[in-house]
Design a protein. Structure first.
Length: 144
């Protein structure tokens, strides 16, 4: 595997949540292969550049997606990821502060793999993120 390969794309605009997520991923030695993107437009530009063809090696193993993003919302990002052959097979985990039923239902209708409401307490948040990263990057076997 290419040492430079990005395994996780974190799409999150809150700097504190980015820092907590990276800290949690570090506990599983996953933080050095994370690309942080802070708005939906930037995320789509990045993903459709690194995933130039369907199943391409450059695609990340996991996308952690916040819903409340500037420029392009998380739901719109999810819809575009799932509607494109280059990116539709990438596992997407919504990691959001939104406990709204409508957001959860819409996310699943659009094909999200998992919907997790961010725990407020740091240790719980760190444990959740660590387990997500461990499962999707180290245990899950992608189709490509």
């Amino acid at each position: 595997m290419n040492k430079e390969k990005i395994e996780i794309v974190l799409i999150e605009d809150n700097p504190a949540d980015v820092e907590l997520t990276l800290t949690a991923l570090s506990s599983r030695n996953l933080a050095n292969k994370v690309k942080v993107l802070t708005d939906g437009e930037e995320a789509l530009d990045y993903l459709f550049t690194v995933c130039a063809t369907a199943g391409q090696e450059g695609c990340p193993l996991l996308i952690l997606l916040d819903l409340k993003l500037p420029k392009v919302s998380g739901l719109e990002v999810l819809e575009k990821i799932r509607s494109d052959n280059r990116t539709k097979m990438i596992p997407v985990v919504v990691l959001t502060s939104s406990a709204e039923e409508r957001d959860r239902i819409d996310s699943y209708k659009l094909g999200v793999n998992s919907y997790i409401v961010k725990p407020v307490e740091f240790d719980s948040f760190a444990e959740v993120v660590s387990e997500i990263g461990f499962y999707w990057v180290l245990l899950n076997k992608p189709p490509y």
